[in-house]
Ligand binder design. Structure first.
Ligand SMILES: [Zn+2]
Length: 414
């Protein structure tokens, strides 16, 4: 055998060993999901609206500051073993809006900004929640902001305008999803306020609409099978866009909302749960650092409930945490004083002095960010990719860089 042929044989053997090793590595932690094209039994999809990698880093940096350091005290999901990155552009813009990005994540197809659950030609798209429901999954769709806002709506609505809030609410019963959660409804009785109220509208079609904990407990006692759980503060009224009133007495916090949804769906049947933290985007639009940080922490509280569930069902649970786009262009550091420590104490005390009421006007807020060396470059969305954190059955499919339309197919293991 010539030298050349020997090295070729050796090369083939090495190649075979390498491929075998790769297959072993790819299947590590794969358990019973993925290889046979089967999605995980229990699927959690968390969307931090507007949450780029630096929003998460800001929340972690703030937590470290509270503990006396200047590092990054990790949130639960940044410890997930798989980290990927998804591009976010829409069918017609570099910079997406939440309805186009929500549609891309939910339906696996790009659409134009402003559109929801339809493609640019107007054809109806099918949400991953619907696909899984048809395979016997129960479905929970939750948001910290209104139920009929763009991100949750991307999982049940089909509309040429994300702003047709009442029309979107009207689509809830047709979904047949077991559990909806949110702050309340925008355009509660339509834009003119003259239509049937959202509660009555949905109850006439088999949904029990609960505003607050008491009504929810009552609905459970009465054996409700389809529920919409909203905050007590928004019973019978339209929720304002871009602010969520936090009444600590009556508010159902993110982790409580997630716990109720899990209780309601149970673990007998498979389920798909989407949870959105919407105020990350809203705070980032107004460049409000501390409310944004607090919203990331609230998202993390809900994720922790899912992680606890994963610990009980590690082979059958997939948890994804991602974003629809980044908002605000936040940086840790600014041109005010490059390469210095962030002044979290300033932000923290200003936020506390404001009694957490988020009333700082634009100029004072801007001055506050500058003195804390936090930079913001826009009051809109930005066009960069967003992180995808994955844990559990099939998580390995989410490493690397891909488009947001791939997320749905990766969940379905297609
Ligand atoms: Zn936004």
């Amino acid at each position: 055998m010539s030298k050349v042929r020997k090295s070729t044989v050796a090369g083939i053997i090495c190649g075979v060993l390498l491929v075998a090793a790769c297959v072993v590595i790819a299947n590590m932690g794969n358990h019973n999901a993925g290889e046979n094209g089967k999605p995980a039994k229990y699927i959690f999809l968390f969307i931090g609206d507007g949450m780029g990698a630096t929003h998460v880093a800001a929340a972690e940096s703030y937590q470290s500051y509270l503990e006396g350091g200047h590092g990054f005290r990790q949130v639960s999901f940044s410890k997930f073993p798989v980290l990927g990155m998804a591009t976010t552009y829409s069918a017609n813009k570099n910079i997406t809006c939440s309805s186009a990005a929500g549609t891309a994540i939910s339906c696996g197809e790009k659409t134009n900004n402003g559109m929801l659950g339809i493609n640019p030609a107007g054809d109806t798209l099918t949400s991953i929640a619907k696909i899984l429901q048809e395979r016997g999954y129960k479905v929970g769709i939750m948001s910290s902001v209104p139920v009929n806002h763009a991100t949750p709506a991307a999982f049940y609505g089909h509309n040429s305008s994300r702003h047709d809030y009442y029309g979107i609410t009207e689509e809830i019963p047709a979904s047949g999803y077991e559990f909806f959660g949110g702050s309340g409804f925008i355009d509660y009785a339509g834009k003119d306020g003259k239509k049937t109220g959202s509660e009555e509208l949905l109850e006439s079609q088999g949904y029990t609409v609960c505003f607050g904990k008491k009504e929810y407990d009552e609905a459970i006692r009465n054996g409700a099978e389809h529920i919409v759980l909203c905050q007590e503060a928004y019973k019978g009224i339209s929720t304002p866009t871009y602010t969520v009133k936090a009444d600590p007495e009556s508010t159902i916090e993110s982790e409580d909302m997630m716990k109720r949804c899990l209780e309601f769906l149970g673990d007998e049947k498979p389920f798909f749960i989407m949870y959105e933290q919407g105020e990350i985007d809203w705070a980032a639009h107004s460049n409000k650092t501390m409310p944004m940080v607090e919203s990331v922490q609230k998202l993390d509280d809900a994720v922790e409930v899912a992680v606890e569930f994963y610990r009980q069902h590690p082979d059958e649970t997939l948890i994804l945490v991602t974003a629809d786009h980044e908002t605000g262009g936040i940086t840790l550091g600014s041109t005010t004083k490059p390469d210095d420590n962030l002044q979290w104490a300033l932000l923290d005390s200003a936020w506390k002095a404001d009694d957490y009421s988020n009333t700082l006007d634009y100029d004072s807020n801007r001055a506050l960010n500058e003195s804390a060396y936090i930079g913001w470059t826009t009051t809109g969305h930005t066009g960069g990719p967003v992180p995808v954190y994955a844990l559990g059955a099939g998580a390995e499919r989410f490493g690397g860089r891909y488009d947001n339309t791939e997320i749905m197919r990766k969940i379905l293991a297609e």
